[in-house]
Ligand binder design. Structure first.
Ligand SMILES: *Cc1c(COP(=O)(O)O)cnc(C)c1O
Length: 236
């Protein structure tokens, strides 16, 4: 596909995603501007990702750190989001490139990020990933109310990692309505944690909703949706 065709396909798909997000926001008395669309570019080459800023998409996501490093070098004028697992030995190279890490899935990783942020003298903006659906294939903190006091203590003692909110991936469902309880649970967890942590961390963000279930996520309070397939299917 030539660049002009790619552009028009992307423009058309973006329009469709925009209408879905706008309709979901309106249904739930929210504003479209309260939800950030993160385009997850993991299935397409950097040349496709590079077309997004001129179409108004300035938040791009990758699920693998090394791929994020590569694409961030090729497409520097956007905010990069890491949405997949981060190994501790890749923190130092990743932190300077990312706007937000969605996928902090263990206390060990959170501590290590705090230490690296201290070394850099700059806060690290992160979300805590919760495995709400409980699938073995997914990583994240267990959504277990009894572990929240301990987690809140840890958050209290972080000096340089700023926990902006929580993230989850729902199980894939033919009927997206079935994902609603996962998103409700994440919001309730966020509210509980915020009560315990007070103003020590913002905890304002909810990263939830993908191509198949973003409307339900927006209805339940998502502030960041991570969309891949609906924009990029077949464009690899
Ligand atoms: C790939 C990916 C997405 C995008 O999923 P789609 O269903 O393709 O929209 C969102 N979040 C994470 C963590 C991903 O790895």
């Amino acid at each position: 596909m030539n660049e002009a065709d790619l552009r028009s396909v992307l423009r058309c798909r973006l329009g469709a995603v925009e209408s879905r997000l706008r309709a979901a926001a309106e249904r739930s008395g929210r504003r479209r501007e309260d939800v950030t669309l993160v385009a997850v570019t993991k299935t397409v080459p950097a040349e496709v990702a590079a077309l997004l800023p001129e179409l108004g998409v300035l938040d791009l996501g990758e699920n693998r750190p090394q791929e994020l490093w590569r694409k961030a070098a090729a497409v520097p004028n956007v905010r990069w989001h890491l949405v997949g697992h981060l190994q501790r030995n890749k923190i130092a190279q990743t932190l300077p490139l990312v706007h937000l890490i969605h996928s902090v899935d263990s206390e060990r990783l959170l501590r290590a990020l705090d230490e690296e942020a201290a070394r850099r003298g700059q806060p690290a903006r992160v979300l805590l990933e919760f495995n709400v659906s409980g699938e073995a294939s997914k990583s994240g903190f267990a959504p277990d109310a009894s572990s929240l006091p301990e987690l809140a203590d840890l958050l209290f003692n972080l000096a340089h990692a700023r926990v902006e909110g929580l993230m989850t991936m729902a199980a894939f469902e033919e009927d997206p309505e079935q994902t609603r309880r996962t998103f409700v649970e994440l919001r309730v967890l966020r509210d509980e944690l915020r009560k315990r942590v007070g103003s020590r961390h913002p905890l304002t963000e909810l990263s939830m909703g993908m191509s198949n279930d973003c409307e339900v996520a927006v209805e339940e309070g998502a502030t960041l949706v991570r969309i891949g397939t609906a924009l990029f299917e077949g464009l690899a």
